[in-house]
Write a protein that binds this ligand. Structure first.
Ligand code: GDP
Length: 147
């Protein structure tokens, strides 16, 4: 399987609940490598741009309100089949339907407040990574340094 990069967000609900650390621990335990990470407060314009694909949906205004309701943690993840692997770890969109053991099942609340975001395809991943990170902020060195 090809090594891929994907883009992830720990959403405001999970940051507020203080489970960002648990989510990061699950990422590390999964074998996905964290290449970049930052905690930021999205502006209204930033959230609207990120979710532009959903701008005609009835929930768009609510989604923007939610995503700007507090800080998020943005991440670049890398690994074999990283896009699907991360989406499998997250579980389905609706936290009420997400199985226990998935991030959305364990840490989300409903179809909107679902703890995490993950890119759905390689092209989306590239776009989303570049929306949040400059090339110089992405650490491509993955081997542990000798003690
Ligand atoms: P994802 O790829 O699993 O995140 O799902 P989508 O791309 O379809 O939706 C993007 C985000 O919009 C979801 O993660 C939810 O936070 C939110 N969302 C999706 N569907 C609904 C909905 O029916 N109502 C509301 N309020 N939010 C939704």
């Amino acid at each position: 399987m090809a090594v891929e990069r994907t883009f992830a967000i720990i959403k405001p609900d999970a940051v507020k609940k203080k489970v960002a650390g648990q989510i990061l621990a699950r990422i590390e335990a999964s074998g996905l490598e964290i290449l970049a990470m930052k905690k930021i407060q999205l502006s209204e314009q930033g959230a609207k741009g990120f979710y532009a694909v959903h701008k005609a949906r009835p929930f768009f205004a609510d989604l923007v309100q939610f995503m700007t309701s507090g800080p998020v943690v943005a991440l670049v993840l890398e690994g074999e089949g990283a896009i699907k692997k991360w989406r499998d770890l997250m579980g389905p969109t609706n936290s009420q339907q997400a199985p226990k053991g998935t991030l959305r099942g364990d840490f989300g609340t409903d179809v909107e407040q679902n703890a995490t975001h993950g890119s759905d395809a390689p092209e989306t991943a590239r776009l989303e990574i570049s929306y949040f990170f400059n090339a110089s902020e992405i650490c491509a060195v993955t081997e542990a340094l000798p003690a």
